[in-house]
Design a binder for this molecule. Structure first.
Ligand code: GLU
Ligand code: ASP
Length: 496
């Protein structure tokens, strides 16, 4: 063990970081390439008329599916992390996840509604297996005291955004200009390259994530196995019951119905989770106060992602229907604007890192940064509400409107996202650290879900009002949080 750690500390092959980071960087780059490339096309493909090769869905249905799909992807990170910890080991979970994602995107290449839904389900499962576990392996590349860890995660974050930047340009162009299904094929090919690269580079990862954690007590392994069996049986039984009820005509399973069901499920899971946490015995008064802060940050984070993740839904539709997609005479497909956030991240992340450092002791606390995030998210929607008002004349508006939104949303993301997970983990006592990682993904899931519900209303409400309402909520929430920053910081009991 000591020798592995020493070797890790000595390994500076990738920008001063262990060579294994390059392998994980590229794997996640390709995974996000496939995720965001496919997502850039998803709502446009669903709402495109059948005569243009689309699915011809009404917007309420497309929005419901979009919310269901994106929220499920993040929700599956919870069982995905659990499975890897207990049974698969992180490395194998990432490998299988990548393969399943590539297969899922390959299903979308076939123009058949069952393949479409099956493909989405596979991508959800694959993402749950890959996304949480690959970032845990990144953490394992460094020994406990290694000062390079944070910088390692920043480099890794650049990989995410490089993938997210390139794919809408490539998949978006192919999908919108040539053929929808070719766009999905490219997303599948990207993930395949990622998997091959991951297999080839596996030797650089050393011991990191190779085996599942050994259970603390011998009886525990059996208990985990029983939990797994119970979970699988419950899922199959529920699916069979729903299928049977649908078949007998007692209920009709629709995308909207499933989406409603997921909404209820997310609400129940979140409430039960927090109640369960609070009811667990053994909290010291300080820990209990910190848990309240976790709850506040959970709410703020859900609201932020609800605004931010509309990039692929409402804002994507606005780009297609109401924006003049040309710059200096060069016209491009609407999905290209999906690259903007990632581009701004790549440009601005170093600026923010410098800014926080420069502020030193005056660097805002985590709750203050969350408040800025909400304000930036809401302001973005205020801008596009005005843009939508201008567009009401029927004339397409300049691309600058959406550029402004994405700039503001990126500023919000840089305030909230990098500190989010680390604030959660610092607030939690070490014994439930893993659970808190789940809370973070759950908040993203809730946000994605709510964003999809809003997208469903795209045609039902006048756009300036819809965007204006989102802006109002975001800004109001930001102000409320700003007002309670001081007492919240006090509840944190010394954690920054
Ligand atoms: N955009 C980042 C990613 O795709 C983070 C999303 C989130 O944390 O919700 O990895
Ligand atoms: N910026 C997002 C993620 O961090 C990527 C995207 O939404 O395009 O990293």
């Amino acid at each position: 063990m000591a020798e592995t750690v020493n070797r890790a500390a000595a390994d500076r092959a990738f920008f001063g970081h262990p060579r294994g980071l390059a392998t994980l960087f590229m794997t996640e780059l390709w995974e996000r390439f496939s995720y965001y490339g496919m997502r850039a096309l998803l709502i446009l493909f669903m709402t495109a008329s059948t005569s243009t090769g689309g699915l011809g869905f009404e917007v309420p249905k497309a929005g419901a599916i979009y919310g269901l799909y994106t929220a499920m992807g993040y929700m599956c990170c919870l069982p995905g992390g659990w499975l890897a910890d207990r049974f698969l080991g992180l490395r194998r979970a990432v490998l299988w996840g990548g393969i399943v994602i590539a297969l899922g995107n390959a299903c979308l290449v076939v123009h058949d509604i069952r393949c479409f839904y099956g493909g989405l389900a596979l991508i959800v499962i694959g993402t749950g297996l890959l996304k949480p576990n690959i970032s845990t392996i990144v953490g394992q590349l460094y020994s406990a005291g290694d000062a390079r860890r944070d910088a390692g995660f920043s480099i890794y974050y650049m990989g995410i955004n490089l993938g997210a930047f390139l794919s809408p340009l490539a998949c978006g162009w192919l999908g919108q200009r040539v053929n929808w299904h070719l766009g999905f094929a490219l997303a599948s090919a990207g993930m395949t390259v990622g998997v091959i690269q991951y297999l080839a580079g596996g030797k650089h990862l050393g011991e990191a994530g190779l085996r599942p954690a050994t259970p603390a007590a011998p009886g525990l392994a059996r208990r985990h196995k029983r939990q797994l069996q119970f979970g699988l049986v419950a899922i199959v039984a529920l699916a069979a019951l729903l299928g049977l009820l649908d078949w007998t005509g007692a209920i009709a399973i629709t995308a909207q119905g499933l989406s409603n069901g997921l909404g209820v499920l997310l609400l129940v899971v979140s409430v039960v989770f927090f109640l369960w946490l609070l009811s667990m015995g053994g909290w010291t008064p300080v820990e209990r106060k910190r848990l309240v802060v976790v709850g506040v940050l959970f709410l703020a984070s859900s609201l932020f992602w609800c605004m931010f993740e509309q990039a692929g839904s409402t804002l994507n539709l606005f780009a297609q229907r109401s924006t003049r997609n040309s710059v200096l005479g060069f016209t491009f497909p609407a999905s290209w604007l999906q690259s903007m956030n990632a581009l701004f991240i790549i440009l601005l992340a170093p600026v923010f890192a410098w800014l926080w450092l420069k502020l030193g002791r005056r660097e805002p606390s985590s709750p203050a940064k969350f408040a800025y995030g909400l304000l930036a998210g809401g302001l973005g929607f205020a801008v596009i509400a005005v843009g939508a008002m201008v567009a009401q004349s029927g004339e397409r508006v300049s691309v600058m409107w959406l550029a402004m939104v994405y700039l503001l949303h990126t500023v919000g993301e840089l305030c909230l996202s990098p500190v989010g997970l680390s604030a959660m983990t610092k607030l939690a006592p070490a014994r439930i650290g893993g659970l808190l990682m789940g809370v973070w993904f759950l908040s993203t899931s809730v946000g994605n879900y709510m964003g999809g519900r809003i997208a469903s209303m795209y045609e039902a409400w006048p756009l300036p009002e819809l965007f204006g309402a989102v802006a109002g909520f975001g800004i109001l929430a930001g102000f409320v949080l700003a007002l309670v920053v001081k007492p919240t910081v006090r509840l944190m009991g010394g954690v920054k």
